[in-house]
Design a protein. Structure first.
Lengths: 339, 416, 339, 416
């Protein structure tokens, strides 16, 4: 099976989707001739032509507004926002229009738009190239929100997102583009080619939206995470020698609550981990839901680990990032907690 | 802050208690504005952005290069659509006053803007309306009962009770779903037109926003994307002089006109008498041909006047002179087309009266039929559980659960 | 003491703030000559002149962009967004600029902008005049987020917000403008003049930001809420005859966690109520924080009540709205819950 | 989709492997463009949006109505600032290549855009720069060490380690904090200028964005608000032909120029040779006087060329011909001013060499001093606990708690 890094997997997903379905079009800043600043769309314009891979002006609101119109007219647009930090100028078109079109027209209109955007820190991007804004999308009903943690899932989820008739916010943890990352920037980088999830089928397949994946089953505690933090959390559990059940959400909304509840009922302990700032973050939804559903099974409070409630500072990237130490501390706490 | 402010504040020409003043309006004589080829470049026709295309002169004759030479039968149809729009508006306003619907928006005085434009377009062209374009619905043959059902949020409501009144839609009639968020449809229309071009189709898109809404970012995005990809789209700005209480000068600033925003993007901007059915028709037709033949977008400013309140929640007497509407220099679009038809010998007072009666009866019949589907306070009601549909294409588990909770709660209350 | 409804209290706060401080300016759509579509700025332009009460074009992004510049240049702008549903075009300027300016310039620059906007449903406004978007602001560090539940607090909090050097999102539950509302639309409307919190001092006072208020102390359970839902929750508790401790957050961010934790530790039971859609809503943060801090005191899971996870539908406003019945059901549940 | 696409796709005139082609550029001869009164209306000077204001002719003489008649000493200062900007850029680029700083952005070839403009403004005027305007920092006397400390995120960093390199600020020098989000500073500058007017002050604001950034909604908001309130502001669009890999034609569409967007808003749009120090100075001065005297805003398009990569993360050879920079028809701003001074007899090769040496030494000394405050890999480091400051004016409880957690965790690891 071919080895792909996460960028190549995204590229392959776009290639496969565009080959199978002539209505799939790609648009965004620098995605055409250049192939994208992260090379996710490399070669697509050459292969599918300038009319299906469009370089756009730097106007995120215009990109999504136009993509909605294209979607209404029978195309399946995949829009790239160059960094998740720059999605906010499009927030109105996404929230007020894209998410609500099917609802407000009682199903008469819809726009199957997929919005891809690199998110997360760990590349010295400072406060405007590091954000993880999933929380401001999961709260918007009508949107689906996806974040893969590896090349295999990335390709399968992206194809599923493109083929889905609902709008999907597809967040790509850019720190994982080249290899898995366990949270230690001083360790030598590992490429995806050394990782089983770097094995990616060349052709068409989907990873269904709306399903969480048990990365590793275990009985001591449940660790719920997504994106980069899946690797950090797995490593932290390994480091502590804990038999953790690690769950990768894959799709954040709609949420696969059943899988989470089953796991927490089994283990009785739970840590939720994300890279975004914690206050008002998606971890709140997860912890709130699980304490309600699993209250009588819980042996310790559910603990959330997230980025500090500050912008992502350039110089203190690794003190900001919720690395193995912080995740491990939380795991230790839920294991030890007693009245 | 010791020094007095040096900020410039745009001022409405007249407020309540003052005499209406339309001296700021630049008018052209009917027939005075040239009609360029559709292949023209924006920079060659910048004059069209400040002149005013008019076809009907003071004697109600059609004159000049923009005269569209429509069949009288066509004009009669236009008159019928405009009259129906007005009667419908009046009746619906009344039903709101009676508490039968929650909200309404009239387009009184602006009927030509929508009716003439829709008639100048092809059935397959896609329309992206604002909330004050009911004439588009009329021309595209939307049944009055269907519109009324939407206004009533009743069991026949095309929106399944989800939208405020007037937020119609019909994919079959190629009328896009109306949004409560101003101007968002403008770049969407451009995207639709881009898709039509990508698919190699000849269909074009047209959209309408108010002059106040032209301040929104979406206006800029629409012009920019239309320019970059020469999208086959018509972008209409309906300048009815008011945005709720705010005078058009607030959104215009020092701009020579709203049409004048076009040439800066390389898009021709045309200013047209929005109360002149023939002029609106002609200009729309020109822009449609231009778009269809691959020469790109056109920005059209339709100069008109919002003769009624902003909506049923508004009282314009608080912010503009009571008699301002009467002093509007471009008259009433229905009266003007009627007079033109009379001058042509193709219309008469008796025919007009008969038509009015016919249309009123039509509205009355439709209202009765609509009420059978329920009103705010009486008759059948949609199942509230419908509120969970169409959030997504397929109902996800959490919404299925919430729907069950609602059903159970209502059952416990002896409802539903 | 004067009786004021919530609109008059807002108007009075603006009047007082503008009178005391010449740098306070008001801007927004229809706020000038007309006095605002809800009349919140009535009379201010006549009193303070056209240069301090500015009618603006309909461009929310432009309003906030300009307000930031004004704030940087020594003014204290109070911007009105006509409906909270229309704040999204300004989301980028709020999130990327207003919230971060002090941080990114290490305190060298800041913009003391207050953004007032009517939120919430209950006025037959349909899906675009009913939203409660607090969750997409509380997650943004650098912003303060406030929602009053009565005229007294509204005036005191708004003056505090204007005088605060941090940016404040000030959400006004429009259903409360004329009177308190206990969730039953069929009951005759009650004006604020019949309510003690409709007594509002004419002059200057502040209600400090960052402090929750115990509306009614009690021992059976803690009910945490804000805005309209404070009244609904209080009525639901009364209806059930429960000795509930009802807490009005007043400021959502920064959150007065201490008051909440103390109460939940005391009562051992908690219901969180808001009008916004539940999934990813602010209730998640509250429940997650409290289950962590009060785990060993909890005798039942914390239950959240919110709007359904759909847009606010015009025809089903009262089925959508989390009224007394739904809140009471949740209270009953936390009181009865057993393993 | 059986038919071929009809969409128009804007194309760069040349891509790698093709011959550079600047035939699309409309140039005017030096001295050819008239200089209107500052009281002029936008609509009277629409021609200025497509012509190109130039002062320096082919023989390096200053000619025409826009000749600002600056003192040679002033010109020498301008040359010094531009040279310092370039040397600084080159040295900082090298330090990035050596891994001493994480990121850098050069403005090579665009030095006049910032330096001449800043010199034409008053010290109390407020500047809202983009990330490629380091010349503004030089003219406003920002110490090199302070700039370097920011680049290094070291213990002397004005941003306390929070911002990417080049995101400088200084309230004392009236240089606004640079944002990573494109164009957001444009409406902020307008708001600042509105406040100055409200306070009755004579200070004006100026802001700069790239031509690619003019696509952002903020561009529209800035022009609109500037027009509505006649804000005393100068809005500069630096058209350096490229936005990363995207050619200027993508943001321009069919627009005659970026300056041409102005007149549609009632704002004069001037197009100026951005590599002609004297022309940039003269046009900025004109716009500043206009703003200061209460005649409102000006939109200036500065036609220049981004001679280097977009940033240290970019390789332009992937998307444009390698020799494109050399073929840029408007030359190099430093070379041109130098030649002009030489022609005036106010400069010479030996003086130039001496100045270069002096400035290089200055940069070297500053770098050594900055390194004492720490680099990415060596020397002292800011206390990470600083990251919790300035989120709010006063530290709220939850951040105090998080700061404690960080301190405790670091102490446990034997750090901090
Ligand atoms: C984004 C947004 N901001 C504000 C509003 C509130 N609003 C509704 S209609 C209106 C005035 C619109 O005026 P105009 O565009 O001139 O259209 P007209 O009503 O005159 O037809 C305003 C401010 C809104 N619906 N959407
Ligand atoms: C809102 C936003 N969108 C996208 C980006 C990513 N980005 C950074 S620089 C750039 C190109 C800007 O080009 P231009 O405005 O022409 O300025 P130049 O770099 O040429 O000086 C892009 C797309 C961003 N920083 N902000
Ligand atoms: Mg209007
Ligand atoms: Mg550029």
């Amino acid at each position: 099976m071919p080895q792909m890094n996460l960028i190549q997997a995204i590229n392959s997903a776009l290639d496969v989707a565009m080959t199978r379905d002539r209505t799939v079009v790609v648009l965004g800043q620098d995605v055409g001739y250049f192939g994208g600043v992260f090379r996710a769309t490399e070669g697509l314009q050459r292969k599918f032509g300038e009319h299906r891979v469009l370089d756009t002006p730097i106007a995120e609101g215009g990109i999504i507004g136009a993509a909605i119109g294209m979607g209404v007219n029978g195309l399946r647009p995949v829009a790239e926002i160059q960094f998740a930090d720059y999605v906010y100028p499009a927030y109105d078109q996404i929230v007020s229009e894209l998410a609500r079109l099917r609802y407000r027209s009682a199903g008469d209109f819809f726009a199957p738009v997929t919005i891809r955007t690199p998110c997360g820190g760990g590349i010295r991007g400072g406060q405007t190239h590091s954000q993880s804004p999933e929380a401001v999308f999961v709260h918007v009903c009508g949107l689906k929100v996806v974040m893969p943690s590896n090349p295999y899932d990335a390709k399968g989820l992206l194809i599923a997102a493109i083929e889905d008739d609902d709008p999907v916010i597809f967040l790509e943890p850019k720190r994982l583009y080249n290899g898995p990352f366990e949270g230690n920037s001083e360790q030598p980088a590992v490429p995806w080619s050394t990782h089983p999830q770097g094995e990616v089928p060349a052709g068409h397949y989907t990873v269904p939206l709306g399903q969480a994946r048990v990365v590793k089953s275990g009985s001591a505690l449940t660790v719920i995470s997504y994106g980069t933090m899946v690797h950090v959390a797995t490593a932290a559990a390994r480091q502590l020698g804990l038999d953790a059940e690690v769950i990768d959400l894959c799709t954040l909304s709609p949420l696969d609550t059943a899988t989470l509840v089953a796991s927490v009922k089994k283990t009785g302990r739970c840590v939720v981990v994300h890279e975004a700032t914690r206050f008002g973050g998606f971890g709140g939804e997860l912890a709130a839901t699980l304490q309600e559903a699993c209250f009588w099974h819980l042996e310790a409070p559910i603990i959330r680990v997230g980025g500090w409630d500050t912008p992502y500072p350039h110089a203190f990237e690794w003190e900001y990032f919720p690395g193995q130490a912080r995740v491990a501390a939380a795991m230790r706490q839920v294991m030890e907690e007693a009245p | 802050m010791l020094s007095p402010s040096r900020l410039h504040i745009p001022r409405a020409p007249a407020r309540p208690g003052e005499a209406p003043d339309f001296s700021y309006l630049q008018l052209s004589a009917a027939g005075a504005v040239p009609r360029p080829e559709i292949t023209v470049n924006a920079s060659e026709v910048t004059g069209l952005a400040t002149q005013l295309v008019r076809v009907l002169d003071n004697t109600h004759q059609a004159v000049g290069a923009w005269h569209p030479h429509l069949d009288p039968a066509e004009l009669q149809i236009g008159l019928r659509h405009m009259l129906l729009t007005r009667l419908f508006d009046e009746r619906m306003q009344k039903t709101q006053r009676q508490g039968r619907i929650s909200f309404y928006v009239k387009c009184t005085g602006e009927e030509a803007v929508s009716v003439a434009a829709a008639m100048a377009l092809e059935p397959h062209d896609m329309l992206f309306p604002a909330y004050r374009n009911q004439g588009l619905q009329m021309v595209r043959g939307q049944p009055l009962v269907a519109l009324m059902n939407q206004l009533l949020s009743n069991t026949g409501d095309m929106c399944k009770g989800r939208q405020l009144p007037v937020m119609y839609h019909s994919s079959a009639a190629r009328l896009f779903s109306i949004s409560g968020n101003l101007a968002t449809q403008f770049p969407q229309a451009v995207g639709w037109a881009m898709a039509a071009a990508i698919k190699g189709e000849e269909h074009i898109a047209a959209s309408w926003i108010g002059e106040g809404s032209s301040a929104a970012a979406d206006f800029h995005h629409a012009l920019l994307f239309a320019s970059t990809y020469r999208a086959p789209v018509i972008l209409n700005v309906v300048n009815n002089q008011w945005a709720i209480s705010t005078f058009q000068g607030c959104a215009a600033g020092d701009s020579p006109s709203f049409a004048a925003r076009g040439p800066g993007y390389g898009i021709p901007g045309l200013r047209v008498d929005g109360n002149d059915f023939l002029a609106v028709y002609a200009v729309t037709r020109w822009a449609a041909e231009r778009a269809r033949k691959g020469h790109g977008a056109t920005l059209i400013e339709l100069v008109t006047y919002r003769a009624s309140a902003h909506s049923t929640s508004d009282d314009p007497a608080r912010y503009r002179p009571r008699d301002e509407a009467e002093r509007w220099p471009l008259g009433d679009p229905i009266e003007r087309l009627k007079a033109h038809l009379c001058v042509l010998g193709e219309w008469s007072e008796p025919r007009h009266t008969a038509l009015l009666e016919e249309l009123e009866a039509q509205v009355t019949v439709a209202w009765k039929e609509a009420c059978i589907f329920g009103t705010l306070s009486e008759g059948p009601r949609l199942d509230p559980a419908l509120m969970f549909d169409d959030v997504y294409q397929h109902l996800p588990p959490h919404l299925a659960e919430q729907r069950e909770q609602l059903r159970a709660a209502r059952a416990a209350q002896g409802k539903g």
